[in-house]
Design a protein around this ligand. Sequence first.
Ligand code: LLP
Length: 436
Amino acid sequence: MTAALPWDHLDINELGHLTIGGADTLALVEEYGTPLYAMSEEAIRENCRLYRRSMERFYQGRGMVAYASKAFCCKAMCTIAREEGLGLDVVSAGELYTARAAGFPMERVLFHGNNKTPEELAMALEYGVGRIVADNLTELGTLNAMAAARGVIAPVMLRIKPGVDAHTHSFIRTGQIDSKFGFALETGEALGAVKLALEAKSLRLTGLHCHIGSQIFEIEPFCHAVTVMLEFMGLICRETGTALAELNLGGGFGIRYIAENDPVPYDRYMEKISGVVKSCCTKLGFPEPFLILEPGRSIVGAAGLTLYRVGEVKVIPGVRTYVSVDGGMGDNPRYALYHADYTFTAAARAGEAKTQVVTVAGKCCESGDLLGENVPLQEVKPGEVLAVLATGAYNYSMASSYNRNPRPPVVLVGENGPRVIVRRESLEDLVANDMG
Ligand code: LLP
């Protein structure tokens, strides 16, 4: 076997086929068809463990790693997060419902969102969610009234915009003042909200939250956010006499999509972040908070890939070569949305040199339905299987059935071989909600 790929759970077997978690991708296609999402269970679990171990080693376990389920949410994934002892970040009634259906302990759930509906807030209270991360004053007011009416105290955190500019795509950058998420520090809005939450009879403010963006490779913006947040917690303490106990730093840790990407090992993040927390707290004379991290992409992203069947290979001389596959923006909208980078390979000849540069196109009735442009690839023929790597995050979860293309299934490759954890959408499913 050759370990020709810079992802631990991917390999190339003696037949030259790409494998994931030890399973031959061509055998998976034979069994389950295309398009197909495949994920390595070991890779996901290993990432969960790395995070927990880092939290243990560098912060003496005084925190919680909560998996951000928006990255990839289904019952099996919630079960893995539960079994690995993680918390769970949910952002809608749908994700919350999925978590409960998987028996996820509600005290380890954090409910996010910039515009939770009253129905969602009611559901969070009814389920007994551990922390509701409030985004704005309307929500705080509604939640306080709802909790009072039920005779319960709602545990809340406040989402703060720390004003940190992370170097990532503007659509997934969230920490700066011009963001729809959270309370602004600069304007005094955040301090006002803290005071309100502390005074509200039916709310218990456990701490503060921030999330500066996604697919971030530098540690510096996280350290900056920690400093800003702790200084604010120090100010709150001086102004109100309350030392908030929890600091939630969100997610955003970058992963390898292409060989050039160089993700920072979790240990380095944790070591740096916990160092900054400790020194800031000493400086401010503030107790070290319970730390929450919310990684999504970095738990599941690299653990997954997508397998397609190549149809037409259209060579337009002097222009470009389109390699069309039997999926596209419906199962992976990330190129259309963010011009996201991916690595492509012929699954049957993964070790062979990539001798051409192509555009990989989907089958939707839309010119922008592309998965990549100017990407290196082997000389693929119609009928071959094409693999797109590192599609485990924000692919299935952002998938649609645009053009009424049914969504692909998800196969989880585990110790005992592959199993379907989300079945393929059928044509009947597509009309199931149609009336008449
Ligand atoms: N916590 C909060 C409050 C978040 O908003 C997010 C992501 C996370 C945690 C997890 O971030 P991660 O570790 O996965 O970077 N659809 C985009 C990504 C949107 C991220 C939204 N929030 C994409 O495909 O790149």
